[in-house]
Design a protein. Structure first.
Ligand code: ZN
Length: 304
């Protein structure tokens, strides 16, 4: 999520620390994360970029009445699942792309979610990540922002993105991760929506955008993101784009949110784009790039 924030004055504390962490931790146990803060610390741009993991901490459920085969905990046959596509759609035997190794080492990154073995939760690099854009309210001059940011994130992670075109789908915190009628028998594509606070209440007030992904696992097994959402407050972004360097800020917002979608959390290092407050939006820094590189090593998942 991205919020514009009230003007800072002396004594204002950055919106980081326990407040944010507790929101995130709590939300991971519930349905969705709406909280957090990343400020574009520019005297003109007062935005907070927040993170969302949603719509849920999805897990496969055993078939009603139990599993006749008795292998409780094992992945269910596709036909036994409710609300999940046939597994392995477009999943290759090896990663589709190769992430660009970061030029500079840095451990200044954090993951939104990790598995029991400490590995970060990311998307399978062995299948493309499809995305759709609800561009009904896309501001003039924004046409290249999303594709350019996608290309940057793809290079950093090695994840292959496929643009499936525009959609009329509206963002929703309860967005089903599987929508066969709309998108066929696969996980729903990442939804990038130019929208408004009226449609997306999490954009109310100073919020300018939200971003996050939904992870899926079988009964305590490793989690993998299967779909996500990135909502942009179109009126606020349009206003931003009126400025001569507005595209730089807009790009920073989208890159920050896409990094949340991929699995990065905020850091306390002000040199990183994932810092809760940034000065000039210089794009991804060494920590961000190293984190995204690690996310590109996520497990391949023919079982999802
Ligand atoms: Zn953020």
């Amino acid at each position: 999520m991205t919020e514009s924030r009230p003007p800072r004055h002396a004594g204002d504390a950055p919106r980081t620390g326990l407040g944010y962490r507790s929101v995130l931790a709590g939300a991971l146990l519930l349905a969705a994360v709406f909280g957090g803060a990343l400020a574009l610390d520019d005297p003109r741009v007062k935005h907070l970029l927040d993170v969302r993991i949603g719509p849920g901490n999805q897990q496969a459920k055993p078939r009603e009445g139990g599993n006749p085969s008795g292998d409780a905990g094992a992945p269910q046959p596709a036909e036994a699942r409710v609300g999940t596509p046939p597994p392995g759609h477009e999943e290759a035997d090896s990663p589709l792309g190769t992430p660009v190794p970061p030029a500079v080492g840095s451990d200044s990154y954090r993951f939104l979610a990790v598995n029991g073995d400490g590995s970060p939760v990311g998307y399978s690099p062995c299948r493309p990540l499809h995305y759709v854009v609800n561009a009904d309210l896309a501001p003039a001059g924004s046409e290249q922002l999303v594709p350019d940011a996608i290309a940057t994130i793809s290079a950093a992670t090695g994840i292959s993105f496929i643009y499936d075109g525009t959609t009329g789908e509206q963002p929703s915190p309860q967005r089903p991760p599987y929508q066969p009628d709309a998108y066929g028998e696969r996980w729903a594509p990442l939804l990038i929506a130019w929208t408004t606070p009226e449609v997306a209440p999490q954009l109310a007030g100073k919020v300018i955008g939200t971003g996050g992904s939904t992870h899926f696992s079988y009964d305590g097994g490793p989690k993998t993101f299967v779909t996500g959402g990135l909502d942009l407050d179109a009126p606020q972004m349009a206003n931003e784009l009126l400025n001569p360097d507005g595209h730089l800020y807009a790009t920073a917002v989208i890159l920050h949110e896409l990094s949340h979608v991929m699995g990065l959390d905020h850091v306390e290092d002000p040199r990183q784009l994932m810092y809760p407050e940034i000065g000039t939006p210089e794009g991804l820094s060494a920590g961000d790039l190293n984190g995204l590189y690690e996310l590109g090593k996520a497990q391949c998942r023919k079982d999802l």
